[in-house]
Design a protein around this ligand. Structure first.
Ligand code: DX5
Ligand code: ZN
Length: 216
């Protein structure tokens, strides 16, 4: 499988959201990455269920919903109904991660678990066969446009080893600070999905930037 690219709509122009959705629809991007922030789990607010529903009406590609919220278990159904095809919950926000993962899978959509930069991949040993995807944060969650945390490249290798050792089918997604240079190194280390926000939407030509990320 060649790698996937998921533009983060956090860096889109919210006053021209439909225009930016069409750009992604007409690009080589694979998924829409949607960042949900509650001002508690992370020090920022973004958008919630109604905006995901609105994006879903226009999006022609799967919605990858990244929940940066406390008690994500409570909102899984709402985001599923809003159109999510992948729900990413943070390891650090889930008291009963196994149960939350099973709940997401019971809806017939992909279940992902996300690790903050300080959380080691070893915490996933007992859950790795149950998840469809692991997302590594390569910045501290909360804001777009931050500097890439270098340790993520080695962490990606360690995650790949864990996945292979456990005969898990989990995909590896990386979120934060992705550009051509970090993206290439992450793919070499075993990444399957690259999220890119400011690098895509801050570019002169976002469509071409997505195509270039796909061609890495
Ligand atoms: C950060 C979000 C990211 C963010 C990435 O909390 O989870 O998805 O939009 O933005 P860039 O690609 O600009 O680092
Ligand atoms: Zn994200």
């Amino acid at each position: 499988m060649s790698h996937l690219v998921a533009p983060s709509m956090l860096s889109a122009d919210f006053a021209n959201l439909q225009r930016d959705i069409e750009m992604v629809n007409n690009s080589k991007a694979d998924w829409f990455h949607l960042d949900i922030m509650d001002g508690v789990f992370v020090p920022n607010l973004s958008f919630g269920v109604p905006v995901v529903e609105a994006i879903h009406k226009h999006a022609k590609k799967p919605l990858d919903v990244h929940l940066m919220i406390v008690e994500p278990n409570k909102y899984v159904d709402a985001f599923y109904k809003a159109g999510a095809q992948l729900i990413n919950v943070h390891y650090e926000a889930c008291l009963h991660l196994h149960s939350t993962i099973q709940k997401i899978k019971s809806l017939g959509i992909m279940a992902g678990v996300t690790l903050n930069p300080h959380t080691p991949v070893s915490v996933l040993e007992e859950i790795i066969k149950d998840v469809d995807l692991v997302m590594l944060m390569s910045v501290n969650p909360g804001f777009g446009g931050q500097k890439f945390i270098e340790n993520t490249v080695d962490k990606t290798r360690r995650l790949k080893e864990l996945i292979q050792k456990s005969s898990s089918k989990a995909l590896i997604e990386i979120d934060g600070g992705v550009n051509y240079e970090t993206g290439k190194r992450l793919l070499d280390a075993g990444a399957d999905v690259l999220v890119a926000g400011s690098f895509v939407f801050g570019a002169q030509n976002p469509t071409e930037t997505i195509a270039n990320l796909k061609a890495l």
